[in-house]
Write a protein that binds this ligand. Structure first.
Ligand SMILES: [Zn+2]
Length: 318
């Protein structure tokens, strides 16, 4: 059996899947795997399944010892105590994660919010640690965020910093899952986008979406809304335009607040590319202060699928 002290282990805990990877110090993935985990069962059981999946993975790759283990989970996380305070995705409330996993694996487990892990991944992979200040926004089902300030992950006073998805963008806008009104996520998260698309379709504004969903029988996804826009559906084009403007306004707030060197976007919704990015750039330039807006480099991550798991591993070995 090999005893590779140089590798760190990253665990990215999604809603249904566990992504596990052995990561080299430079951020390259040595081996990785996906394991299905049932989060509908009791938390202790899910944690036992996670430990089992990790140990099986390590055994298969003949690795007995790693430097550190880092784990990212969507939700509000107490990094110091290793507790998930609340995770709507997993349905967890005040669940101790680090201690039982540490016991089962025989290794210390560092826990963090998944968007923080993704931000650290973007800092290491997209920016090659080559800047001081970086913001990362994960545009998935929800909208997450992470803040790197002075080459360090900034967590805030209670570990909750960087919730960019829950900035108020529309004063009296749609009710968000967090309880607030008009959050960025309620419009730009995949759930908000599809809700807007459904509303448009119900009002007969989008013949193309109606066709693409077989008269509403197929589920609307951001990908389908993008396809409708590429087919010049006026409603879908306008929806992306408006979404880009919302994102641009949010980024203008962030640029004025943090004056970052880079902003990296990742997650499924970022994959629509120019449809979203063009209006975003325009709005950002229009709203933010001139010098910081010119300075910041806004890109879509080139390492999307691995940001969370690599970030978790490298953050743990900090
Ligand atoms: Zn919210």
């Amino acid at each position: 059996m090999k005893n590779n002290q140089k590798l760190s282990l990253g665990i990215d805990c999604g809603g249904t899947n566990l992504k596990v990877a052995l990561v080299k110090p430079g951020g390259e993935i040595f081996k990785w795997t996906l394991a299905p985990i049932n989060f509908k069962q009791k938390e202790e059981r899910a944690l036992r399944d996670i430990a089992k999946a990790v140990l099986t993975f390590l055994k298969k790759n003949e690795v007995t010892q790693v430097e550190r283990v880092g784990m990212g989970i969507a939700g509000d996380v107490d990094q110091v105590e290793g507790v998930v305070r609340f995770s709507p995705n997993l349905g967890w409330k005040n669940v101790r994660v680090s201690a039982p996993l540490c016991q089962a694996l025989g290794m210390p487990v560092i826990l963090d919010n998944d968007a923080n892990c993704a931000a650290w991944g973007a800092y290491c992979l997209d920016a090659k640690r080559n800047c001081q200040n970086l913001l990362c926004l994960t545009l998935g089902t929800g909208v997450g965020g992470g803040v790197i300030l002075g080459r360090k992950l900034y967590r805030g006073s209670t570990g909750s910093a960087g919730e960019f998805g829950h900035m108020s963008i529309q004063f009296n806008g749609r009710k968000c899952k967090c309880g607030n009104l008009g959050c960025l996520e309620s419009m730009l998260g995949a759930w908000g986008l599809t809700l807007s698309a459904e509303e448009g379709m119900d009002r007969g504004l989008s013949p193309e979406l109606l066709r693409l969903t077989a008269n509403g029988k197929k589920k609307i996804t951001p990908k389908l809304i993008a396809r409708a826009a590429h087919r010049k559906d006026a409603f879908a084009v306008a929806l992306w335009q408006e979404s880009g403007e919302h994102l641009g306004a949010a980024l203008a707030n962030l640029v004025n607040l943090f004056n970052p060197d880079r902003i990296v976007l990742c997650g499924g919704v970022s994959k629509v590319g120019k449809l979203l990015l063009d209006p975003t750039r325009r709005e950002l330039a229009k709203r933010a202060f001139l010098v910081p807006a010119k300075h910041v480099r806004l890109t879509i991550s080139q390492y999307d699928e691995r940001l969370g798991v690599v970030g978790a591993a490298l953050l743990a070995s900090q």
